[in-house]
Write a protein that binds this ligand. Structure first.
Ligand SMILES: C[S@@+](CC[C@H](N)C(=O)[O-])C[C@H]1O[C@@H](n2cnc3c(N)ncnc32)[C@H](O)[C@@H]1O
Length: 394
């Protein structure tokens, strides 16, 4: 029987697999790091997961982020941003740079929050700058800000919306807040494993199928591609020898370059990072012997990171110890690490809920939606355990 025609998604995934396979086969040792595989799986122009037109963080997509569950998340963050603005002496203009802005749901909820709070001076001073590598999301974002009458608050994000992009001009450092919600967990990670007490790395190879069956990606273990991996673990106070025998761990070497970019853009102000993740002792501790790499497709965890390449979101938890240390080395001051639950409560989530309940237009359906969204944001088994890192500069 001849196989039927493949869906456009399946076609695209097969094409992406073949370009990654070609890169693997062109190397002298027939393998690439997992970080390189993840980079191409997520960001390959036209083919990668984060280059598609379909909107992923939605009910119909692959995952739901806190801003997508309810605007109360963004409105609560608006309160914290206003406090930051006041502590900086109410500067104008005031930049709000959002990494991984998607279609602007969080940015819109923050500006809407300022409007609701009557923070007109801050709203009038804000220049919202989305940094978003997916051109379809950026187009959605522009359209949504126009519809809400907020297009004049949006500043251009440069010729290539990617973090670490190809902008030829040096950014002019600004005063403001840099925000990243569920952005850093998508940066490519290396994978390491301890074998015979030694730190080794997991590389990606291509295995041809036997007897005409389809080939597939697989992992092999070899000496680490760079001493930076062991150095990062040592830096974290987690000497490679402290990982258990057989333990697998992910290491994101992209954190430093991202912080370089953030340091170059922010003259004074704050950085707020919200994401899946832990401090190193927990992230690399005995409860996570298999690491934290996960794939998501259609709101389900995909066990095999190599299945449906380009159609599956790949994420790994953020190492907040490393992020804090690397930031301090770039002149930032550590200003707090909290769980998302603690952060939202301290920032005034309850006041937002009261305002919502007092709203004359509130329907029962709206109230139920807000309630279930808030439960997800605060639930320690769910998004409530996300970490929120605050950094200060100058
Ligand atoms: C998980 S979504 C989160 C979207 C939004 N922050 C939210 O919380 O709903 C990650 C977003 O980051 C974007 N992104 C991922 N890597 C990026 C990069 N290196 N530069 C710019 N944007 C990136 C993706 O296209 C996607 O829109």
């Amino acid at each position: 029987m001849t196989p039927g025609p493949r869906s456009p998604d399946a076609e695209r995934s097969a094409k992406l697999a073949s370009v990654i396979r070609a890169e693997i086969e062109s190397t002298s040792d027939g393998r690439i790091t997992f970080a390189r595989f993840m980079e191409r799986a997520l960001y390959e122009p036209r083919l990668g997961y984060y280059r598609q037109s379909a909107d992923r963080p939605t009910d119909a997509g692959d995952f739901l982020t806190a801003p997508e569950t309810h605007p109360i998340f963004g409105r609560t963050i608006a309160r914290r941003i206003e406090e930051m603005w006041v502590s900086l002496g109410r500067p104008s203009p005031f930049a709000l740079i959002e990494y991984g802005a998607g279609s602007g749901t969080l940015g819109l909820a923050i500006l809407d929050g300022l409007r609701r709070h009557g923070s007109d001076d801050l709203l009038g001073s804000i220049r919202y700058e989305p940094v978003e590598s997916n051109p379809y999301r950026l187009a959605d974002l522009q359209q949504r800000f126009e519809q809400d009458g907020l297009a004049d608050r949006v500043a251009s994000s440069g010729p290539d919306g990617s973090a670490g992009g190809t902008a030829s001009e040096e950014p002019v450092p600004v005063t403001g807040v840099i925000l990243a919600n569920e952005f850093l967990d998508a940066l490519p990670v290396h994978r390491v494993v301890v074998r015979g007490g030694k730190l080794l790395e997991l590389f990606v190879v291509w295995r041809n199928g036997a007897d005409g069956s389809a080939g597939r990606f697989a992992e092999v273990v070899a000496e680490p591609s760079t001493p930076e991996l062991a150095a990062r673990l040592a830096d974290d106070g987690n000497e490679p020898g402290q990982l258990a025998e057989g333990q697998v761990a992910e290491i994101c070497l992209g954190l430093g370059p991202w912080l370089d970019e953030v340091a170059a853009r922010l003259a004074s102000g704050f950085v707020l990072v919200i994401d899946y993740g832990y401090e190193a002792a927990e992230l690399y501790g005995p409860r996570r012997l298999a690491g934290s790499l996960l794939g998501y497709r259609g709101h389900r965890v995909a066990e095999d990171p190599f299945a449906d390449v380009g159609l599956t979101d790949l994420t790994a938890h953020v190492d907040f110890t490393a992020l804090g240390l690397l930031a301090e080395r770039r002149g930032f001051v550590f200003a707090g690490l909290a769980t998302q639950q603690e952060f939202l409560v301290a920032a005034g989530l309850e006041l937002e809920l009261q305002a919502l309940q007092a709203s004359p237009e509130l329907t029962l359906a709206d109230y139920m939606r807000a309630r279930s969204g808030i439960l997800r944001m605060l639930d320690p088994r769910h998004m409530g355990r996300f970490r929120v890192l605050t950094l200060e500069r100058d």
